[in-house]
Design a binder for this molecule. Structure first.
Ligand code: ZN
Length: 457
């Protein structure tokens, strides 16, 4: 008894060699190893007669699949014999619900119009080919379109649905996208164009193939991808494919095409931008500088005297302290007890406990020497000191009274400068050309005197 008859017209096949060298190999399509009792192979004879891959007659005219007939025929269907995927793949068609005890290709619920003649069936894309599993038992289909299946996974059970005369599994291999006419024999033999066998182990003639899953085929890369990095048309990224794995890198600064056979490269991006800096100056965290972003570059101003933030505009560098109107030469303070000068923007102050003596313009005013061995006592001048006596009216400059005479001025008990000639001077500078320290500057000196280094006497 023939296990199955397809009404679909067979198309003559030449014996052109079918290469399956890179294809994923097939494992036994049945879960059982002893439930199959008959075989009807792919018809390798072009016209008029039937012949199988082994040059035998175990086929029938125009058959485009391999039939594995169930021992016990339709009476064994309800026992439930599992069909398994011959390789890993993706389900591309699945159909169930048709009558599954057909005994002829035709009649109620049977025939070539039922599931395209395959009745209840599943089609799995298994790599470089697809496999049709036909004539399944009603309600046994276990997978749906889009499912990924593994090799050996149960997908349904053997039945007799569609165009068939009895219980069997029809296995049909086609190229992906190929029609019925393009189906090919998975068995290798003297009368088959297929080499090598599509089965991992095709087993003996009229026996079951090995239940051995094949290694997945080496992954292939999509067309238009290469093993070397290649810019896309917009030059915004580059792509390569290694062992079927596509990698893409964005090229923010553009992609540069290199000579053939060489990796294309991403252009070097511009220097880092200013981050969160704005175009307005802001103080650095330690207030030692201010910085802003200008044309993508950070501009920094050092602020030696600190940075002053602004709520509405640029932060500014604090003005460093200066000496005000102080000159580089010492000038006596208003109280005559110290002198000060400006050195590199810094006020230097000397205490003049014995009094300060104003000199000529452009020259340092002088601290009067403290009497040897004496203790300066403003309220009780040391009478023994050389200058303790009353102002010397007989001095050589007694008649002059100009500023230079102040070099010899004595200090009276109150600390005021007493000019030669008996003038108890108010310290107004008689020379007129040399500015005196304004009295307003006095508190400033009092402050800085505690902050700046005092000069050794
Ligand atoms: Zn068949």
């Amino acid at each position: 008894m023939k296990g199955a008859i397809h009404s679909l017209a067979g198309v003559a096949l030449s014996l052109a060699l079918v290469s399956t060298a890179s294809a994923q190999t097939l494992s036994r399509p049945t879960a059982c190893s002893t439930c199959i009792g008959n075989w009807y192979y792919f018809d390798e004879v072009a016209t008029g007669a039937a012949g199988d891959w082994n040059c035998g007659g175990s086929s029938y005219d125009g058959h485009h699949g391999s039939d594995f007939s169930l021992i016990g025929n339709n009476g064994a269907i309800d026992t439930g014999y599992d069909i398994v995927a011959t390789a890993a793949g993706t389900v591309v068609a699945a159909e169930d619900g048709h009558f599954d005890h057909c005994t002829a290709c035709g009649g109620a619920g049977c025939g070539s119009s039922v599931g395209s003649g395959y009745g209840n069936h599943v089609v799995i894309n298994e790599g470089s080919y697809k496999v049709i599993y036909g004539h399944m038992r009603t309600g046994s289909v276990r997978v749906a379109v889009g499912d990924t299946v593994s090799c050996g996974q149960v997908i349904g059970q053997i039945g007799s649905s569609g165009c068939t005369t009895g219980a069997h599994l029809h296995v049909e291999t086609r190229p992906v996208g190929g029609a019925y006419a393009s189906a090919f024999d998975p068995f290798q033999g003297g009368c088959s164009p297929t080499s090598p066998s599509l089965w991992t182990g095709q087993g003996p003639y009229r026996g079951l193939p090995d239940a051995t899953c094949g290694a997945p085929p080496p992954p292939t890369c999509p067309s238009g991808t290469y093993a070397i990095w290649t810019c896309n048309a917009a030059a915004t990224e580059r792509t390569r494919c290694l062992s079927g794995v596509v990698s893409t890198e964005a090229c923010s600064a553009g992609c540069i095409s290199m000579p053939s056979g060489t990796d294309d490269v991403c252009a070097t991006p511009p220097p880092p931008d200013c981050g969160s800096l704005s175009a307005t100056y802001t103080c650095t965290a330690d207030a030692s500088a201010r910085e802003r972003c200008s044309s993508g570059m950070i501009e920094t101003d050092a602020c030696a005297a600190g940075c002053v933030a602004s709520a509405s505009g640029d932060a500014s560098c604090a003005t460093p302290p200066d000496c005000g109107s102080l000159a580089a030469t010492y000038a006596c303070a208003g109280d005559g007890l110290s002198r000060a000068r400006c050195v590199s923007g810094t006020v230097e102050v000397d205490d003049c406990p014995a009094g300060c003596v104003v000199t000529a313009a452009g020259e340092d005013d002088l601290c009067r020497a403290v009497p040897d061995g004496g203790v300066q006592d403003a309220s009780a001048p040391d009478a023994s000191g050389p200058d303790a006596s009353a102002p010397d009216a007989s001095g050589p400059d007694a008649s002059g009274g100009d500023a230079s005479a102040a070099r010899d001025a004595d200090v009276d008990g109150g600390g005021s400068v007493v000019m030669k000639g008996g003038c108890s001077c108010d310290l107004a500078h008689s020379a007129g050309s040399k500015p005196r320290l304004p009295l307003l500057a006095l508190p400033f000196f009092v402050l800085v005197a505690f902050r700046f280094r005092r000069h050794p006497r």
